[in-house]
Design a protein around this ligand. Structure first.
Ligand code: ATP
Ligand code: MG
Length: 458
């Protein structure tokens, strides 16, 4: 089958291309769109390349959004579809390896393809005359499942250090292998990666860990030295031996734990990746129990916060991940945990985080085994949590039958730190026994508590 037959395109795309043609411009399907058609028979989005400048595109089409006009990219809205249209570019210089200094437009598709990163991304299909351009053998590399740099890998990586992470990201997402020369060039390109902005690195990391099988990508980052630069705290976990197989070191365990978390839940994937990162600092040999990592949940949470802040994750993502990591060490015991224990657990971690913590724990088990494992204790906890939540008893200070104002007015408790401690005490009482959650009972408990504090002076 000739190459071009592998790229059936929808009619709307051919129509769009005719508008370019009529205006005297060329229009090519490029990048991820072609890759995905070749791999899966259909594209996820449409990346187009043209010799028309952004201003020309704005004249040809009525609805054009200047999404990345500084890079020569606009988005054309046409018949209910979106098309990313980028003017042909030449390889611009990256003097600081952070981002191109300037965009230089080109008139040839060949030149445009030559500045692209990998052969699988360096193909173009002329949508008017249906000519397929594949100067670097991208289609062959798709068939052999290989990520290969266009040209000299070391040179391409030094132009833009992010490409080392992109190589690993594509290998992970597509489940391809890295061409040997491309892989060998990565360690020497790490100084260039160092100069890349945290935001660009974060976006590639996110795409890598959101793949169906991120463990391979994480291990590739470790083996090539990318991890020691990106998250040195996690790279150091490879020196802490833990068990066997995927559970061999804390690093390999974390890679698989990440894989065991749901792919569409970024916070849980990140929490799984970082949940044990404090084990390096807390490792102790204990005569009786062997290895111990006392307090590693709190240390890991602090590290997770520092790592995610450094990588410019949002405050929301950072706090959620740190919170999940902080609380991942609960130990459910079906005979020992009463309803009150479960209420205290939910109250401590927050009702909205319980499901995620259970998912994190499942990921942790996957990270020990390398495959999903049935954890009956965890299932029992889930069931117990469901029962407790269904009973709708108070689980936080907000759910109490009294508030600070009532305590102040009715029991004379001054507003301030003591009020906070009183409310906590009331919550403790209600978690222990939900029947205490009435206005009269809580006022009585509060009065007694306050009197005792006055007597002991605390
Ligand atoms: P995705 O499905 O993730 O969008 P994609 O191949 O479209 O995959 P993008 O990051 O959207 O990837 O980039 C679009 C195209 O632009 C790539 O296929 C590649 O040809 C080129 N490209 C993007 N970033 C770089 C880079 N840093 N260096 C060289 N070429 C790049
Ligand atoms: Mg794309």
């Amino acid at each position: 089958m000739t190459a071009v037959k592998r790229f059936p395109t929808p009619r709307v795309l051919d129509e769009l291309a005719r508008h370019f043609d009529r205006a005297g411009f060329r229009c090519f399907l490029v990048g991820g769109a072609l890759r995905n058609i070749a791999l899966r028979g259909k594209p996820t989005d449409y990346d187009l390349a043209t010799d028309a400048h952004p201003g020309d595109v704005q004249r040809i089409f009525r609805r054009v959004i200047p999404t990345g006009i500084q890079h020569g990219t606009v988005t054309v809205l046409y018949k209910g579809h979106q098309f990313e249209v980028t003017t042909f570019r030449t390889e611009s210089t990256y003097s600081d390896s952070r981002r191109p200094d300037s965009v230089a437009f080109s008139t040839s598709i060949e030149e445009d393809l030559s500045r692209r990163d990998f052969t699988i991304n360096g193909m173009a299909l002329d949508l008017v005359n249906r000519e397929f351009h594949d100067p670097y053998g991208g289609l062959e590399d798709i068939d052999s499942k290989t990520v290969r740099a266009i040209g000299e890998p070391a040179e391409r990586f030094s132009e833009d250090g992010l490409r080392v992470m992109r190589a690993i990201r594509f290998a992970t997402q597509l489940e391809f292998s890295l061409d040997a020369a491309t892989r060998e060039a990565i360690p020497r390109a790490l100084p260039a990666l160092q100069r890349v902005s945290a935001e660009r690195k974060r976006d590639e990391l996110v795409k890598t860990i959101q793949a169906a099988h991120p463990a391979r990508g994480i291990l590739l980052m470790q083996e090539t030295g990318v991890m020691s630069q990106l998250i040195p705290e996690l790279a150091a976990c490879d020196s802490v031996a833990q068990g066997e197989g995927v559970n061999r070191t804390v690093l390999t365990h974390s890679a698989y734990a990440c894989e065991g978390a749901p792919a569409d839940r970024l916070e849980i994937r990140l929490a799984a990746l970082l949940h044990d990162v404090g084990k390096v600092d807390t490792y102790e040999e204990d005569e009786e129990v062997g290895m111990r990592f006392h307090g590693h949940d709190a240390v890991s949470a602090d590290y997770a916060r520092a790592i995610l802040t450094r990588l410019r994750f949002s405050n929301d993502v950072t706090s959620t991940v740190a919170h999940l990591v902080r609380h991942h060490m609960f130990d459910y015991d079906p005979t020992g945990w009463t309803d009150a224990t479960v209420r205290r657990f939910i109250s401590r971690v927050g009702a909205q985080y319980v499901d995620d913590l259970i998912l994190l724990r499942r990921a942790d088990s996957y990270g020990k085994a390398g495959h999903p494992v049935r954890d009956r204790r965890l299932e029992a906890l889930e069931e117990h949590v469901r029962e407790v939540l269904a009973a709708d008893s108070a689980l936080s200070v907000r759910d109490l039958a009294v508030n600070g104002n009532t305590l102040h007015e009715e029991a004379g408790i001054p507003k301030g730190p003591l009020m906070g401690r009183t409310l906590e005490f009331l919550l403790e009482s209600v978690l222990q026994d939900p029947a205490q959650n009435t206005r009269e009972k809580l006022l009585e408990i509060a009065r007694n508590y306050y009197e005792q504090r006055l007597q002991t002076g605390r």
